[in-house]
Design a protein around this ligand. Structure first.
Ligand code: UDP
Ligand code: MN
Length: 307
C-alpha cells in the first residue's frame, strides 16, 4: 500500500463501550486484561495525548474510575479520560440509528433499546463526537494487546481519500452461513468466501474510524438510510444479527473502496464456535492468520493463549 503524507497530530483517540456490568460480571475480567496489557506496553511521546473515551453507564464509570486510580495513577504519558453517559447520549444515538428499526428489530424508548442501538454506535459516531476528534480507534473490551497501541494509528496513513474505515476480516465462516441463500443462487460469488479471492466479511472488534472522511463522504452517509439498507438486506437475502459488522460487511459488497483492510494480526479472533457446525472442511481457511499477532480478540468468551 502507498503511505500518504498526513498532518501532524498528537491527539490519539481510543473508544470503548462499557455497559451492563451488573448483568455481565465477566466484563470486569475482560476489562482488566485489556487495560493491563494496554498500559504495560503503551508508549507515547512527550507532546502526545492518549484520549480514552468510554461510552458507559454509571456502574461502568465507577468501575473505570476505581481501576484507573488503583492501577494507572501515574501513567508515563499524558492521558485524558472522557466519559460519555449512555443515558445522555442515548437520545441522539436513537435519533441517528432509530432509522434502522427494521434491522434492529426492536422498538420503545427504554434502556434495553439503547443497548441494542449501541451495537450500531460506530456507524454514526462521526456525528456524535465533536469535530476536533478527527480519527478514532474503537475497540472491544475482550482484547489482549501485544504491542504498543500507538502503532495502530500509523495504519491511518495508508488510507486513500475514499477509505473511511479500517477493519479486519471475520475469522470464522459467519458470513458464509449468513449468506447461504444468496450463495446458493449465485455460485462462485466472492461474498462470504474465504481469502485470498473472497470477501469473508468483517469483524468489528477493532475499528479505525476516519471521522473526517466519514463526515465528508456523501457515498457513506447515503447508506445511513433504512430504505437503502433494506434494499441491500433483500438483495443479499441477509439475515444478520451482529450490529455494526453486518452493516460494514453489506456495505463492502457494494462499495469496497470505502474500506481499508487491516491485516489479521490487528484483530486475531479466537472464537471457534462455527468450526463444528458443518464448516469443518473450510474453517481453517477463515481462521488462520500468517501475521504476527498484535491484538488477540477473545470473542465468544474464548480465553487467550498462554505465553
Ligand atoms: N459490551 C458491553 N456490555 C455488554 C456487552 C458488550 O459493554 O453487556 C461491549 C464490550 O466493549 C464488548 C463489546 O461490547 O467488548 C462487544 O461485545 P463482545 O466483545 O462480548 O462480543 P464478541 O466479540 O464476542 O462478538
Ligand atoms: Mn469482542
Amino acid at each position: 500500500a502507498i503511505k500518504h503524507a498526513q498532518e501532524f497530530e498528537n491527539d490519539f483517540h481510543l473508544l470503548f463501550l462499557f455497559t451492563r456490568l451488573k448483568e455481565h460480571p465477566k466484563l470486569k475480567e475482560k476489562f482488566n486484561t485489556a487495560f493491563g496489557s494496554l498500559f504495560s506496553l503503551a508508549k507515547f511521546h512527550d507532546d502526545e495525548v492518549l484520549h480514552i473515551h468510554f461510552i458507559c453507564d454509571e456502574n461502568g464509570r465507577t468501575y473505570v474510575e476505581d481501576y484507573l486510580q488503583q492501577h494507572i495513577d501515574h501513567p508515563e504519558f499524558k492521558l485524558k479520560v472522557h466519559f460519555h453517559n449512555i443515558n445522555t447520549l442515548g437520545d441522539q444515538l436513537l435519533a441517528e440509528v432509530g432509522k434502522f428499526k427494521s434491522l434492529l428489530g426492536k422498538d420503545g424508548k427504554n434502556n434495553a433499546y439503547y443497548d441494542d442501538a449501541l451495537f450500531y454506535l460506530s456507524l454514526v459516531i462521526h456525528k456524535i463526537l465533536p469535530q476536533n476528534v478527527r480519527r478514532l480507534v474503537q475497540v472491544d473490551l475482550d482484547l489482549k494487546f501485544m504491542v504498543n497501541i500507538r502503532e495502530i494509528w500509523d495504519e491511518f496513513s495508508y488510507f486513500t481519500h475514499e477509505n473511511i474505515i479500517g477493519i479486519a476480516y471475520e475469522n470464522q465462516p459467519v458470513y458464509r452461513n449468513v449468506l447461504w441463500k444468496y450463495r446458493r443462487e449465485n455460485p462462485g460469488t466472492k461474498f462470504g468466501s474465504q481469502l485470498p479471492d473472497g470477501n469473508p466479511g468483517f469483524n468489528s472488534g477493532v475499528l479505525l474510524l476516519h471521522l473526517d472522511h466519514l463526515r465528508s463522504s456523501k457515498v457513506y452517509n447515503s447508506y445511513l438510510d433504512n430504505k437503502v439498507m433494506g434494499q441491500l438486506v433483500q438483495k443479499y437475502s441477509f439475515q444478520g444479527h451482529l450490529g455494526d459488522q453486518d452493516f460494514f460487511t453489506l456495505l463492502s459488497f457494494e462499495r469496497p473502496e470505502l474500506f481499508f483492510i487491516l491485516d489479521c494480526g490487528w484483530n486475531k479472533q479466537l472464537c471457534e464456535w462455527w468450526r463444528n457446525k458443518g464448516f469443518e472442511n473450510v474453517f481453517d481457511y477463515y481462521f488462520k492468520c500468517g501475521e504476527t499477532v498484535k491484538i488477540w480478540h477473545g470473542n465468544c468468551n474464548t480465553p487467550f493463549p498462554k505465553e
